[in-house]
Design a binder for this molecule. Structure first.
Ligand code: PGA
Length: 253
């Protein structure tokens, strides 16, 4: 059985005060939910404050990015050991905004994955095709490349710390969610690929989240798909009520 994960990616939003009030509202709203791994990913500057506020609750902390070296002359960067030090349990890597706006390559994503595995931090690896890639039948090739290169030389043992987030770029922040069938199709493909690259047990155990305009109104049916193990939520994670409703999703029988 794969434990569902619902992760909120706050992107570049919220001051210290706003970040801690958001989680302070969230804590009671999700306190009874022991069935879901609940994760929030604030901006770097709010990590310490959010870590203090969620202390003792069932909410876990993630960062949105990292640099692959532990320390050194890398002005402006933040490393996995420091993210662990501030209280993170997970780090998001390979988000499409990082790939598109900051030119992050699969090779860079892979070195971050190794640095995180080394630091014993959980990895949320984002992959996903653009609209053009989908329309020109390159979707499966793109997903295959992002997985093969992103996870290159990670052992089956290290895969226990990896969560994959399938986020079709055309669905991010656009209000256009993938249909349940489109999500299931991509997730089944990703699981088969992980099984092929590793083994059946790793394929069955790896959690695959869907991301891209997940809202209270579509989470229940998405979470009812057999290979959808959770969600990576952007816009709707910025409101405690919406995010709590997503965390407390109700699968459709
Ligand atoms: P969205 O963002 O929910 O606002 O579409 C998802 C993401 O980028 O992780």
């Amino acid at each position: 059985m794969r434990k569902p994960m619902i992760a909120g990616n706050w992107k570049l939003h919220k001051t210290l005060e706003e970040s801690s009030s958001l989680v302070a509202e969230l804590i009671p709203a999700v306190a009874d939910n022991q069935n879901v791994d609940i994760v929030v990913a604030p901006v770097y500057t709010a990590l310490g404050k959010v870590a203090e506020t969620i202390n003792g609750s069932n909410i876990k902390l993630a960062a949105q990015n990292c640099y692959p070296e532990p320390q050194g002359a890398f002005t402006g960067e933040v490393s996995p050991p420091l993210l662990k030090d501030v209280g993170c349990q997970y780090v998001i890597i390979g988000h499409s905004e990082r790939r598109q706006l900051f030119g992050e390559s699969d090779e860079q994503v892979n070195s971050k994955a190794h640095a995180l595995a080394e630091a014993n931090l959980g990895i949320i690896l984002c992959i996903g095709e653009t609209l053009e890639e989908r329309e020109t039948d390159q979707m499966f090739d793109v997903l295959r490349r992002q997985i093969r290169l992103g996870l290159k030389k990670l052992s089956a043992e290290q895969m226990a710390g990896v969560v994959i987030a399938y986020e079709p770029v055309w669905a991010i922040g656009t209000g256009k969610t993938a249909s349940d069938e489109q999500a299931q199709e991509a997730h089944a493909f990703i699981r088969a690929l992980v099984t092929e690259l590793y083994d059946e047990q790793t394929g069955n155990a790896t959690r695959i989240l869907y991301g891209g305009s997940v809202k209270p109104g579509n989470v229940d049916s998405l979470m009812s798909q057999p290979d959808v193990d959770g969600a990576l939520v952007g816009g709707a994670s910025l409101k405690s009520e919406d995010f709590a409703r997503i965390v407390n999703f109700q699968p459709i029988a």
